[in-house]
Ligand binder design. Structure first.
Ligand code: PAF
Length: 284
């Protein structure tokens, strides 16, 4: 394992390291995370390294993106193991700021995502979630000033929020959306999968299969999008899931029409305690 992973917790040290690389003409890629890293995150690191000379990863469990009833305190913190994984994957630097380093005394969101992007899918029942994501990513971008930033497409709506943010900030950071990394049975990798019981884990790939079934129906020519989503919801609910949403949209997250040829099918559902999300692109 490489031991050259730099670990920094304050802005001054972060920027001093980054300046050395900038002075040497290096391009910098950035992967923001909340830790509890799995192979999906590590493939973001691989992609970052393939697109720049240096790879900076942040691990920061961001309080402003958690609602009052959400699992901020219980969110798994596995920093030591995360750093080992990052070192083995040859990331150059991990930024591990405290809440005070990012927010000072004012732990609040100061960026507000437009309603049409915010008030649907994962944002609908999580008021303030994407404002928190946009706020922390803006602060992290400002700290790291990367050329490239890599985000996982499992959080499809988040990627759209980040693209909106970069536009709003008039930033030149190139956003790379990395494809979903899946387990052998098709389950999208997620830090939350570890909360599935053995039985739930066996059944968890059903979420992906339902999305594939919808895609097959779209390819056959069905265009009754809400009926199709309702049927899939019923089928999943009958097998012990509790569907939050299943939606068939255009890739820019607007409603499709009869003429739409490119779709994104998105789902969020509880299987026992964990809420799993997944999505599937479908071209006709
Ligand atoms: O996807 C995540 O892990 C988080 O939402 C992010 C982008 C690191 C912001 O806290």
């Amino acid at each position: 394992m490489s031991s050259s992973l730099l670990q920094v917790t304050d802005l001054e040290s972060l920027q001093a390291e980054i300046k050395k690389w900038r002075d040497a003409g290096d391009r910098i890629a950035f992967v923001p995370t909340m830790g509890c890293l799995h192979e999906g995150h590590l493939q973001l690191v691989d992609m970052a390294k393939a697109n720049a000379d240096r790879c900076v990863v942040s691990i920061f469990v961001n309080p402003t993106q958690f609602g009052p009833d959400e699992d901020l305190e219980q969110y798994p913190r596995t920093q030591e193991q995360d750093c080992k994984l990052l070192a083995a994957r040859k990331a150059d630097l991990v930024f591990l700021p405290s809440v005070a380093v990012i927010y000072g005394d004012d732990v609040d969101s100061d960026i507000h995502v437009p309603e049409e992007l915010n008030n649907q899918l994962c944002g609908k029942d999580r008021p303030g979630h994407f404002d928190g994501v946009a706020t922390v990513v803006a602060r992290l971008f400002d700290a790291v000033k990367p050329d490239v930033a890599v985000f996982g497409e499992k959080d499809y709506q988040q990627v759209q929020v980040i693209r909106w943010l970069v536009n709003k900030l008039k930033s030149n950071i190139k956003i790379i959306a990395a494809p979903i990394v899946r387990e052998e049975d098709g389950l999208a990798m997620s830090s939350r999968n570890k909360y599935l019981s053995e039985d739930e884990r066996h059944r968890a790939s059903r979420l992906q299969h339902i999305l594939q079934m919808i895609a097959a129906e779209l390819r056959k020519g069905r265009r009754d999008f809400s009926d199709l989503a309702a049927e899939a919801t019923l089928a999943l609910n009958k097998t012990g899931w509790k569907v939050d949403y299943i939606e068939i949209l255009r890739p820019n997250l607007t409603q499709p029409s009869e003429k739409t040829r490119e779709f994104i099918i998105l789902a969020a559902a509880y299987l026992g305690k964990p809420r799993l999300i997944d999505n599937l692109k479908c071209s006709i």
